[in-house]
Design a protein around this ligand. Structure first.
Ligand SMILES: Nc1ncnc2c1ncn2[C@@H]1O[C@H](COP(=O)(O)OP(=O)(O)OP(=O)(O)O)[C@@H](O)[C@H]1O
Ligand SMILES: [Mg+2]
Length: 487
């Protein structure tokens, strides 16, 4: 017996099975005791913590003080009480998921309920399956929403998402999609130039997903010969080829619900593309040399720096496989499209070098300025390598322009000349010498660092290699109250 029929009081049901949904608190509101009881029984078996309430007025007062995760409310055929409850709960607790129950024929009521904030509805009479589906869907969406909210919260506090650094608009956009994508198990296609972080993104999707504790298995389709890729992915049976002395599971099988990361998917041969497509469609594979098929349960994340769409046009990449992988695509921005992240990334790699070597490192102003101007064809990897190289070459804690790779130094010098052409020419004209007062260079360096970093004085001081008190003192000496405004 799940419920004693108490029309004016409420009942709580504890779940029998400790499923993940057990954490979710479901409130069922219906004047009909039989419906309350049936809903409670089904929701209970799905693992919800259930509370049933007979009257809307009572539900409103209870829900005012307590946030429920999901509310299943019957909309009586007359009066607006039900709709008012939906609107009020949505206003008080935007994170609560509301589901309306309506009597058959009252489509308008369902539409109205959705307009007031309900996310789903059930038309009475409904089958057990329908209720289960609606509740499971609500629970899944609710969990995804909670997760993305937590990730967004974490993001607000940090310099990026997980191990990914960057707070530019492009990266924020990417994190938003990524935090949602991570929750599902659909294939994901990651596109981006070399060194933009495709593998890191694949890792992050896995790490924030529901199967993070399962394996993450990368396969480099670009550097392994096709026959080896096939036996890697699909496995083989004993005697399938010379040297196959025993059977071996393929990665698609041994992932056991984890992620198989197909790197450089654009390099996959047409023959293997066909086999991969079949595996994705049928969710089973045939190991090399086998006659039987084996079920697979792996999430596929693929990446490429090639233009797959134009490969499809040329016939070198299968259109059907492209569409299947392209359910969600994440296009990673090139570093030159998010220059504002360069100081953050630089500080991150400098910190890492400091931790690894036990030496403290900072960037000189002109080194940072040069890095901000560089186009970074090798993207984040090129930045990472440049900093590692500069740390290895530098004799002191401050990394100067001369410690950076030559192509960066040249670009930096040109930029410096362009920026200083006017004062130099003026001085030359007046005195015939080529000198800019140090204090001007210093002032310019400090202001440009602060502006480049959108007013973040602490980070500017850090990257300039001076203390924050020194930075504040200098600004005071220059008579600059607001570095973002001052000429
Ligand atoms: N947003 C980021 N934050 C911190 N580190 C990053 C970021 N993006 C990339 N990196 C680092 O840059 C390097 C290159 O990244 P990754 O290997 O993921 O790039 P890729 O796109 O797969 O490159 P390729 O196409 O050459 O294989 C790695 O060391 C990675 O940790
Ligand atoms: Mg890569």
């Amino acid at each position: 017996m799940l419920e004693t029929d108490l029309n004016t009081s409420t009942m709580e049901f504890l779940p029998n099975n400790p499923e993940p949904a057990a954490r979710l608190h479901l409130v069922v509101i219906d004047a009909d005791a039989a419906i309350r009881s049936a809903c409670a029984e089904i929701a209970n078996s799905l693992g919800f913590r259930v509370q049933t309430i007979a009257e809307i007025a009572q539900a409103r007062s209870i829900l005012r003080g307590n946030a429920a995760d999901i509310v299943l409310v019957n909309l009586p055929p007359t009066g607006n009480q039900g709709l008012e409850l939906v609107s009020e709960v949505k206003l008080l607790y935007p994170a609560t998921t509301l589901i309306a129950m309506t009597t058959s024929g009252s489509v308008n009521a369902a539409v109205e309920a959705m307009r007031c904030g309900a996310s789903d509805y059930l038309t009475k009479p409904f089958a057990v399956d329908e209720l289960s589906t609606v509740l499971e869907r609500a629970s899944e969406n609710h969990t995804i929403d909670i997760h993305s909210r937590q990730l967004r919260e974490q993001l607000r506090m940090s310099q990026g998402l997980g191990s990914m650094i960057g707070r530019s608009t492009e990266m924020e956009k990417l994190y938003r999609i990524l935090s949602k994508v991570a929750q599902s198990t659909h294939p994901v296609l990651i596109l981006g130039e070399s060194g933009t972080g495709k593998e890191l993104v694949a890792h992050t999707i896995h790490a924030f997903g529901p199967n993070a504790q399962k394996p993450f298995l990368p396969v480099d389709c670009g550097s392994i010969v096709p026959t080896l890729i096939e036996s890697e992915l699909f496995g083989y049976v004993k005697g399938a080829f010379t040297g196959a002395t025993r059977s071996k599971d393929g990665l698609l099988v041994s992932a056991e619900g984890g992620t198989v990361f197909l790197d450089e998917i654009g390099e996959l041969s047409l023959d293997l593309q066909a086999k991969l497509l079949r595996a994705l469609q049928e969710k089973e594979i045939r190991p090399v040399g086998a006659t039987h098929r084996v079920p697979i349960k792996a999430r596929i994340v693929a990446a490429t720096n090639r233009d797959l769409a134009s490969m499809v046009e040329k016939g070198t990449f299968r259109k059907d496989l492209f569409y299947r992988l392209n359910v969600v695509n994440l296009r990673l921005p090139a570093l030159r499209e998010r220059r504002e992240d360069i100081p953050l990334l630089a500080a991150h790699f400098l910190d890492r070098m400091s931790r690894d070597t036990g030496r403290k490192f900072n960037l000189s102003d002109e080194a940072l300025r040069t890095m901000m101007l560089h186009d970074w064809p090798g993207n984040v990897r090129e930045l990472e390598n440049s900093i590692e190289r500069a740390c290895a070459l530098s004799s002191g804690p401050v990394l100067h322009l001369g410690d950076l790779p030559t192509q960066l130094q040249n670009q930096g010098l040109e930029a410096w000349r362009a920026a200083n052409a006017a004062p130099v020419e003026e001085a030359e004209a007046k005195a015939g010498i080529e000198v800019t007062p140090l204090v001007d260079i210093e002032k310019k360096a400090i202001l440009s660092a602060i502006r480049t970093l959108n007013g973040d004085k602490l980070l500017a001081a850090k990257l300039l290699g001076i203390g924050k008190t020194t930075l504040y003192r200098k600004l005071k000496e220059y008579g600059i109250a607001d570095p973002m405004q001052e000429e």
